[in-house]
Ligand binder design. Structure first.
Ligand code: MN
Length: 323
């Protein structure tokens, strides 16, 4: 198979009675701690592992953080893209490709791991001083999302890559504006790399109803980052994943106050994936090999020029020879 997975690969399912009578399934986040900050983990879950190719969703901050900062030392990834989107604060990305990129609200960092890459995410390095543009670096509490997209078999063994987008296309909604991080919505198409047919859109809503168009061959979900919305009387707020299923052309969103909502969707991923630690693969052997390469500092994972300590963990539970 060549090219991205498309809607034609997975037939659209007609809207079922369930979808009509149960407009949204509310799934509560688990709480986790990452790099010194509390996060709400929306994906993966035992009862819902993916949403299209989206396989990991962490909503971090703002008020739940210890210090409002995130520091994650160099660590490896394979087989996925990391997507970083901030509502507040700043974060410095460094990776083994030599990238060093500050990200601010409204910008997108997208790293493609392919066969392997390591990166670090730092915010304490940003407190004090000024950046190259002379702008004062503040230590505003971090608020944002970190997402992973599983790569399809066509690209997951490919080269690692990193891209940053300062500006993303926007399109007006009935009561608000949509910013397209990945994929397309109405007339807006993101320039970000996309290896499968999926979307990631931030909906910035004012009070009132917006009818948001959807792709019927996609499954969709909503993550409220700020505020609260209602779908057919079901309330969604931060800490909820609103699962919309597949087969919808649109969703009516009633913003109960000013709200920021992440819309994620995509063609159901065509094969099961295996996730362990920071790796997305298909088999245990692939993960075991990647982790051995990381632990033994083999060239698959080029070193990251970060002041933070690299992260090492014991091998996967199915091995006992990696310490
Ligand atoms: Mn990472």
């Amino acid at each position: 198979m060549s090219g991205p997975v498309s809607t034609s690969d997975v037939p659209a399912v007609p809207v079922s009675d369930v979808a009509e009578h149960c407009p949204v399934e509310v799934l509560a986040a688990r709480h986790a701690e990452v790099g010194g900050i509390d996060v709400r983990r929306l994906l993966p879950r035992r009862d819902r592992r993916m949403l299209g190719a989206w396989c990991f969703v962490d909503h971090m901050g703002p008020a739940s953080s210890h210090h409002g900062r995130l520091d994650v030392g160099p660590h490896p990834h394979i087989g996925l893209q990391t997507v970083t989107w901030l509502l507040d604060g700043e974060l410095l990305h460094r990776d083994g490709l030599g990238s060093e990129q500050l990200i601010r609200p409204g910008q997108l960092n997208l790293m493609t791991a392919g066969r392997g890459v390591a990166h670090a995410e730092e915010s304490s390095a940003l407190t004090g001083g000024a950046d190259r543009a002379g702008t004062s670096r503040t230590s505003r509490p971090l608020h944002g999302v970190q997402l992973w997209v599983a790569q399809p078999s066509t690209t997951r063994d490919g080269d690692p890559a990193f891209e940053h987008h300062d500006q993303l296309p926007q399109v007006a909604l009935d009561a608000g504006v949509a910013t397209v991080l990945v994929g397309e919505l109405l007339s807006a198409r993101s320039p970000a790399r996309r290896d499968t047919d999926h979307i990631g859109v931030e909906l910035s809503l004012t009070t009132g109803r917006s009818i948001v168009p959807l792709v019927s061959g996609f499954e969709h979900g909503l993550v409220v980052l700020d505020g609260a919305v209602s779908i057919g009387g079901t309330r969604l707020e931060p800490g909820h994943l609103g699962y919309l299923g597949i087969g919808r052309d649109e969703v009516p969103l009633d913003a109960l106050q000013r709200s920021r909502v992440l819309l994620l969707g995509g063609v159901p991923f065509p094969e099961p994936i295996l996730m362990w630690w920071n790796y997305v693969a298909r088999t245990r052997d692939e993960i075991t090999a990647a982790h051995r390469d990381w632990t033994l500092r083999r060239p698959r994972f080029a070193p990251v020029a970060s002041p933070l300590e690299r992260i090492d963990v014991s091998g996967p539970p199915w091995t006992n020879d990696l310490g």
